[in-house]
Design a protein around this ligand. Structure first.
Ligand SMILES: Nc1nc2c(c(=O)[nH]1)N[C@H]1C(S)=C(S)[C@@H](COP(=O)(O)OP(=O)(O)OC[C@H]3O[C@@H](n4cnc5c(=O)[nH]c(N)nc54)[C@H](O)[C@@H]3O)O[C@H]1N2
Ligand SMILES: Nc1nc2c(c(=O)[nH]1)N[C@H]1C(S)=C(S)[C@@H](COP(=O)(O)OP(=O)(O)OC[C@H]3O[C@@H](n4cnc5c(=O)[nH]c(N)nc54)[C@H](O)[C@@H]3O)O[C@H]1N2
Ligand code: SF4
Ligand SMILES: [Mo]
Length: 686
């Protein structure tokens, strides 16, 4: 028997795994107690790596759609077809006629993160979309405006904080996000046991909320009002606080925030001003404190404002760049580096709705209409890479139609699923245990500075290709050259050697449990790209829209509900439902509803109900629970495996329904373009 150490790349927590195996067979996957970062923690999904490796449904060679079904073709023929179709369509209709969508595992796969951009940038399209605009785009937006770089994202110093306010995140199910933190339950518990406190603000009493010192229900989509009120209290608690010279625009901030009328705060949010004052006092008085917001606050109609205010709260309470507060990382391979602040917003707009570009991409809410609306610049061909937008982005049914209308579609994916079934060609890379790994992205967002390289455990199947080979091969075919293909380790070594700790591949290979680079340390002002702007105009101007939306928030119809999502520890967005181990247990795809609402509508437990929105309807069983706020219902996203023509034999046995057949592509944060899933209104009937 042999032992292999690696980092799990399935979510952001970067857990160290200890895999015991003999020949090609995995005997055990457990937490690596000696891992420099994760201290032995793992979650049930780690075992899913074995299922993915062995999954007979997983694709290993290129397949092409023909009249007689899918047929295997050679890599060379696949490359030739990709390149000739791209060129043909761009020559005929212009370069924007080819669109690209990249999903979440793009950044969890080293080879794709490193080499996919080299190919995609040759396509020179303005129609670039990613899962970022269903997720964390407002985080980057606020950081870009306030600190001068979209990747300067402060992380909670969870291991040293005395007070943590969690708003719109459920790390006990998600294992943390924009905060890589294995073992989060123990770390949160440790805050309480040193007489600190952690408070959760969420429309659902989540797994995290149940362990918290305190949980408060909040009406979905109202967090911007709550955060404004909270910030007002913090400013009033410390009226004459002074700030270092690298922090600017405090007076402008005070003018904007203190003049915002919050008389109706309790009706707007469900939380009283008195309660907010108490929380803000605790936060101000704590030796160290941090406010952390995640998907629940970034995917709403004022996601941009929410993320701005969260940063401001940490700054004006004196907790930015402070032990136990919100701190910047210094990763061994530094994304931020010497880059200068630059224009990254609204350099072009989407053709149909005029949504602004940010960081080189357009809001994915515009994807379907860009395919379906005729005219110059219409998308006629799509690439999807590591993404399942049919289940993961708003109005999946419209997206099904849009993909079907294309002249050609290519997917880089390991499954024939709800999205890739529309492709003409699927190119599957080796994945998981077959790949080397280094977390280029999540070391930037980790609660501790560490560095670790994982070699591949198993050989890829004979004739299969790595993602880094596929993208470099395609680049060569596209430009008609024959440059030799380099492995990711080569670039990694350079990145490490030029990085702040002067590491190398050699050093990482000598340390299979990773290298500990220490606690997060104060890095300001050197790490900043500009003086901290407490009151960026784009965000302050958006307060007018927030003011105007009060009427709608206060007058929403009694007959409709707010719809929110939820995550379960054993799910991973839409794509790990083909693991038998992870699908065991009771049906997770249910509609959560409060007992008062269920009684009012005479809905009994387990009843099949119909949920409708402007764009669609679904039917699913009900789960009645005090854990969900009255007036709010919840469905987990990532289900809906009942579409025809997929090849995911286990997922198909647990189809559920897709939350995103209800999500409305018109419901977005109008400032940043991010999808506003939590601003969705639905009706429920039996
Ligand atoms: N209503 C609602 N919708 C949401 C969310 C929500 O909270 N509510 N959350 C949003 C968020 S945060 C995100 S990040 C998005 C995710 O959106 P997506 O990234 O589009 O969706 P995933 O389900 O993660 O799909 C991942 C795809 O990558 C493929 N894949 C897995 N591993 C590999 C690999 O190694 N190589 C390749 N080439 N492909 C691979 C899978 O087969 C799958 O097709 O969903 C969003 N959608
Ligand atoms: N097990 C598992 N882990 C995952 C994933 C997964 O699908 N499954 N996905 C991964 C991905 S891609 C991401 S981005 C992260 C996300 O990580 P998290 O953000 O921690 O994930 P969620 O569980 O969606 O937490 C969002 C919380 O916001 C709440 N919420 C919804 N609407 C509102 C609102 O209007 N206001 C407030 N205050 N709260 C609201 C929800 O009830 C929920 O508890 O998780 C990652 N990890
Ligand atoms: S918490 Fe995330 S990184 Fe850790 S084992 Fe689970 S899926 Fe893997
Ligand atoms: Mo995400």
């Amino acid at each position: 028997m042999e032992t292999h150490f690696r980092t799990c790349n399935l979510c952001e927590a970067m857990c160290g795994l200890k895999i015991t195996y003999a020949n090609n067979e995995i005997i055990k996957i457990e937490g690596d107690q000696e891992d420099a970062f994760s201290r032995g923690h793992i979650c049930p999904k780690a075992n899913g790596l074995k299922d993915i490796y062995l999954d007979p449904d997983r694709l290993k060679f290129p397949i092409k759609k023909t009249e007689n079904g899918w047929e295997r073709i050679s890599w060379e023929a696949a490359y030739e077809m990709v390149v000739s179709k791209t060129k043909e369509i761009q020559e005929k209709y212009g370069r924007d006629a080819v669109g690209i969508y990249q999903g979440n595992p793009t950044i969890h796969n080293l080879g794709t993160t490193m080499f996919a951009p080299d190919f995609f940038k040759l396509i020179k399209t303005h129609n670039m979309f990613t899962a970022t605009s269903t997720d964390q785009l407002p985080h980057h937006f606020a950081s870009w405006l306030m600190y001068g770089h979209p990747m300067l994202l402060p992380v909670p110093d969870i291991d040293h904080t005395d007070y943590m306010l969690i708003i719109g995140g459920n790390p006990l199910a998600s294992n943390g996000s924009m905060m890589s933190v294995p073992d989060v339950a123990k770390r949160l518990e440790a805050i309480k046991s040193k007489s600190g406190k952690y408070v959760v603000i969420d429309p659902r009493k989540t797994e995290t909320a149940k362990q918290a010192s305190e949980h408060l229900f909040i009406k979905p989509n109202s967090d911007a009002y709550f955060l404004l009120a909270f910030l007002k209290c913090i400013l009033e608690n410390n009226p004459s606080k002074t700030f270092p010279e690298y922090i600017e625009k405090i007076e402008e901030l005070k003018n904007s925030v203190l003049n915002f009328n919050l008389e109706e705060i309790e009706d707007l949010t469900g939380i009283s001003m008195e309660k907010i004052q108490i929380l803000a006092k605790e936060f101000s008085d704590a030796p160290s404190a941090v406010c952390y917001g995640r998907v629940g606050v970034s995917t709403q109609a004022f996601g941009g404002i929410c993320l701005w205010l969260i940063n401001v709260i940490n700054i004006v309470s004196g907790n930015l760049d402070k032990k136990g507060g919100a701190m910047f990382t210094l990763p061994a391979i530094d994304f931020v580096g010497p880059a200068k602040p630059k224009d990254r917003f609204a350099r072009w707009k989407s053709r149909v709705s005029g949504y602004p570009e940010f960081l080189g991409e357009l809001p994915v809410a515009a994807l379907a209409e860009e395919m379906l609306t005729e005219g110059q610049g219409q998308i006629k061909m799509m690439f999807t890479n590591c993404g399942n937008p049919v289940l993961s982005t708003s109005n999946g049914i419209q997206l099904d139609k849009a993909f079907e209308s294309l002249e050609f579609m290519v997917s880089f994916d390991i499954y024939l699923n709800e999205t890739t079934r529309h492709a003409d060609l699927i190119l599957p890379p080796a994945t998981g245990l077959e790949n080397p790994h280094y977390d280029l992205t999540f070391h930037n967002l980790a609660v501790r500075n560490t560095s670790k390289y994982s070699p591949p455990l198993f050989e890829k199947t004979e004739g299969a290709k790595y993602d880094w080979e596929i993208f470099q091969d395609l680049r060569n075919v596209f430009i008609g050259e024959n440059q030799s293909v380099i492995p990711p380790e080569f670039k990694l070594d350079l990145g490490l050697k030029y990085g702040p700790y002067k590491l190398s591949m050699e050093k990482l290979k000598e340390n299979p449990h990773g290298i500990d680079l220490g606690d997060l340390k104060p890095l300001l002002p050197e790490r900043l790209k500009q003086k901290i702007n407490l009151c960026p105009e784009l965000l302050a101007d958006d307060l007018k829209r927030l003011e105007e939306s009060k009427t709608e928030m206060l007058n929403s119809s009694q007959n409709t509900f707010w719809m929110i999502g939820r995550r379960h520890l054993r799910d991973n967005n839409s794509w790990m439902h083909n693991s038998a181990k992870l699908m065991k247990g009771k049906n997770r795809c249910t509609l959560l509803i409060n007992p008062d609402d269920a009684n009012r509508l005479a809905i009994p437990e387990n009843a099949l109900v119909t949920v409708k929105s402007r764009v669609g309807e679904v039917q699913l069983p009900v789960e009645i629970s005090e854990d969900i706020m009255s007036g709010v219902v919840s469905i987990p996203h990532g289900y809906g495996h009942n579409r025809k023509g997929t090849k995911m034999s286990i997922a198909e046995k647990y189809p559920g329904v897709s939350l995103n057949d209800l999500s409305d592509e018109k419901v977005i944060d109008k400032l940043t373009g991010n999808s506003a899933f939590s601003a969705l209104r639905v009706s429920v009937s039996i």
